[in-house]
Design a binder for this molecule. Sequence first.
Ligand SMILES: Cc1ncc(COP(=O)(O)O)c(C=O)c1O
Length: 391
Amino acid sequence: MTIDLARARRDTPGASEVLHFNNAGAALMPAPVLEAQLRHLQQEAAMGGYEAADAAADRHEAVYDSVARLLNGEREEIALVENATVAWDMAFYSIPFRPGDRILTARAEYASNYIAFLQVARRTGAIIEVVPSDDSGALDVGALETMIDGRVRLIAITHVPTNGGLVNPAAEIGRIACRHGILYLLDACQSVGQMPIDVAAIGCDMLSATGRKYLRGPRGCGFLYVRRGVLERLEPPFLDLQAATWVAPDRYELRPDARRFENWESNVAAQLGLGAAVDYALGWGLAAIEARVVALAESLRERLRTIRGVTVTDIGRQRCGIVTFTVADRDPADIVAALHQRKMNTVTSSPRSTLLDATARRLPTVVRASVHYYNSEDEVARFAAAVAKLA
Ligand SMILES: Cc1ncc(COP(=O)(O)O)c(C=O)c1O
């Protein structure tokens, strides 16, 4: 299936207002996502928050089915949480590390994840090791294989880093993790919603994602997938009466499913919006979305490369919708601000969010322009023309 661009833009109220190339930040929500939330907020105002949640209970339960379908997992393997960081942290901090345990990660790892590695390493004596990148800049799968031994407790990688178009070889990594029986945590925050993600094909044990980015859902929602066979082995770092039941004065019992990683109070409107976003993405088909996103991003890179003074900084053999660049002698923040004045949305990406990669590649702060399937070829051309005027 190909994307019906006219319909995609009609469904997107913001598409006629701005040129939005900040889909890796927070994408424009389509109308069904907005409506699902507004309807619930109106219900909350009219009848009360708990009563509105009761009335929406079936639709809320269906969100778990939608996310499970999106990932090719099961509903019992899904937890709905506040954002991707909470999802990732709940999984990571559940792992009982011992002194000498090795954590293998990639060069483009996200700052929040790496900070958690450092904290846990300091507390437990676990060791963090970075798998080298191959010539294309992706995690070197051959190097990973040679680093495996009995002390590797966890492979934790970011599928698509925050600072560029690279797609790490998640499924090849998964095959190594499976073969050696090593826990595998995938940060899919930037990849979910822009490409098919199949947890069975990838072979990850845990996967974290957010609602607001390529999925086009609301802010303040995210989810965690935890494989059934792994679930029982992981006790979350925080428990409440949603995650566990207080069965005797001196005893609690954990929920058997992934909701042991949740807590009770949640933004029901946002979670209903998340469900609508997942259904909407599935309606287009993730393969169709990916094909269009990749083509638009490549055409943007090609146009940017022809502009004197512009350097495209994306790496990797397989690339996605995130396009990053610098403009010689121009502060990236000024470029973003100048584009914003022309109603063109981008952001900067600082070396601090991917310190190892930025240091290895001597990357300064870059401009990040992230395209989605509802963006048009005309927008790509107008954007490149605007950058050319600023260069
Ligand atoms: C690769 C990656 N992982 C995790 C996160 C954190 O996501 P959230 O802000 O939803 O917690 C981000 C946010 O930009 C990200 O780019």
